[in-house]
Design a protein around this ligand. Structure first.
Ligand SMILES: NC(=O)c1ccc[n+]([C@@H]2O[C@H](COP(=O)([O-])OP(=O)(O)OC[C@H]3O[C@@H](n4cnc5c(N)ncnc54)[C@H](O)[C@@H]3O)[C@@H](O)[C@H]2O)c1
Length: 466
């Protein structure tokens, strides 16, 4: 078993730390945010993520030696603000944020650089620093040079978890990427990472327990691919760019349907049946948001520009624009549905998180639309099962309702902005008794339009006819 430190315990790091402890490693999680730490030190999730509470609780399990907390007992999983505790570990995961810079599209590398600076005095020869944060191509090679004088090595191991499925994705990822200095299988970092991920790499029927599997090998539970730093960094950015492009592609088709006539949902079903295309990520609607996709495609454009190959990814500018245009269209569609004027209209906003099963509102399309509706003169009343607190912190001026009944009561219109199951499956008959006007604008194209119409509602959706 490996002694691991995890630097940065947000949506990525807290789940990674708890997951690593759950498979038997000894883990010390380090963060600088005292509020977050207060929760983590008590083994409580600092944010909503299904399954994280159970994993953290399991991490409280005592072990016989190592990882002593302030009370002198030894736990499998500990959280602290004291970076010097990382000296006890030999593998150090960097999981800090790389948000969009304040004044440009580029990734802000301040947190990664300061995390490495803070860690450096505690590194020993033979240690491995493992980057998980999403960084611009070229960063890992620079950081490897920086840590070299300590005798430690560096690997880049990008993370692909989806918020809302983070525990499952961390414990059972589709693939594991090792970006290592030599780019080859015999790099010493590979054996260290194989020990960390032994639970994923153990062969199934074809391999004896304890054997590691490599990509494509029969019996390997999770494929792992060894590559150079640059390819590893690009795998993450390319994957996010591809997903963003697929979403914006269908949203561009929605724009066409709105003008030319046509139904984007039927179109998506039809093209999605082509196995080369596939139906996933083809749901037309309000588009993508969150702490990853938008800032990652912008950072990719900025990095390509620095490298002099801006043209190679200039299509991503359009992907971003299509995505942002959907938010304006959602406001226009709501105005149209309410007879051309939003002023003084009470609008129930269902969902404010950037997607269901998370409380994350970073770059949330729902929050953006709610703000635009309010600016257009409407009185929005927002509800969400998990994200109200975070949304209120970002925008305290808006009105929030703790439950659906309060949000729907007396509404002149309903807008569905985040497809939480309880909103998708809302009973139109019961909801119809609460609202003042039975008008719903479905920003995610998820409600049963026929059931709503049968219950007397007017239903509008992005990319669909009335
Ligand atoms: N959230 C996701 O779904 C996801 C998925 C894959 C990759 N990523 C990438 O992972 C990285 C982290 O994302 P996140 O969503 O977890 O961000 P986050 O903001 O939730 O968490 C970052 C954490 O790092 C802490 N931190 C900052 N500087 C520190 C320092 N010097 N020492 C210790 N802690 C420090 C912050 O206090 C914060 O808790 C980003 O690069 C992101 O692009 C995120």
């Amino acid at each position: 078993m490996t002694h691991i430190s995890v630097i940065g315990c947000g949506y990525l790091g807290a789940v990674h730390a708890a997951a690593m402890a759950s498979v038997g490693h000894t883990v010390i999680g380090v963060d600088t945010d005292t509020q977050k730490l207060q929760k983590l030190e008590n083994y409580q999730p600092p944010f909503f993520e299904p399954g994280l509470a159970e994993l953290l609780e399991a991490g409280q399990a005592e072990q016989s030696a190592g990882n002593e907390g302030a009370d002198g007992t030894s736990q499998r999983l500990l959280f602290t603000s004291d970076i010097s505790r990382a000296a006890e570990a030999s593998v150090h995961f960097i999981c800090v944020g790389t948000p969009q810079s304040q004044d440009s599209n580029a990734a802000d590398m301040t947190y990664v650089n300061s995390a490495i600076n803070d860690l450096m005095p505690h590194l020993k020869p033979g240690d491995l620093v493992v980057g998980k944060s999403t960084v611009p191509v070229g960063s890992a090679a620079e950081l490897a040079k920086k840590v070299a004088p300590t005798g430690a090595k560096l690997a880049w191991n990008p993370e692909f978890l989806r918020e809302g499925h983070a525990v499952e994705d961390t414990l059972r990822p589709d693939r594991i990427i090792y970006g290592v200095e030599s780019g080859s299988e015999d790099d010493p970092a590979v054996a260290i990472l194989d020990q960390v991920y032994a639970h994923n790499l153990r062969g199934g029927e074809a391999g004896a327990a304890g054997e590691v599997g490599v990509a494509g090998e029969a019996g390997a539970v999770t494929p792992r691919i060894v590559m150079d730093y640059q390819t590893a960094e690009l795998v993450k950015t390319a994957a996010n760019s591809f997903l963003a492009t697929k979403i914006s592609f269908i949203n561009a088709m929605a724009e066409l349907c709105e003008t030319a006539g046509g139904d984007v949902a039927v179109l998506a079903d039809a093209i999605g049946m082509d196995k080369r295309i596939g139906r996933r990520f083809l749901n037309a609607g309000l588009g993508f948001g969150g702490g990853c996709l938008p800032k990652d495609i912008r950072a990719f454009i900025a990095r390509a520009d620095e490298l002099g190959v801006e043209q190679a990814v200039s299509f991503l500018r359009e992907v971003d624009s299509i995505n942002l245009r959907r938010r304006a269209r959602m406001v226009d569609l709501t105005r149209e549905a309410l007879g051309g004027d939003l002023s003084g209209k009470r609008i129930a906003v269902l969902g404010i998180a950037f997607k269901p099963n998370t409380d994350d509102v970073r770059d949330s399309p729902a929050l953006d639309v709610a703000e635009r509706l309010e600016q257009a003169g409407a009185q929005v009343v927002i509800t969400d099962p998990e994200a109200i607190e975070n949304a209120r912190r970002r925008d305290p001026e808006l009105t929030y309702a703790p439950d659906l009944t309060e949000a729907l009561t007396g509404a002149d219109g309903v807008v569905l902005l985040t497809e939480w199951p309880q909103y998708k499956n809302l009973d139109p008959v019961a909801a119809g008794e609460l609202v003042a006007q039975k008008i719903i604008v479905d920003g995610r194209n998820v409600v049963d339009r026929r059931a709503y119409r049968e219950a007397g509602w007017t239903v509008r959706g992005l990319g669909r006819q009335e």
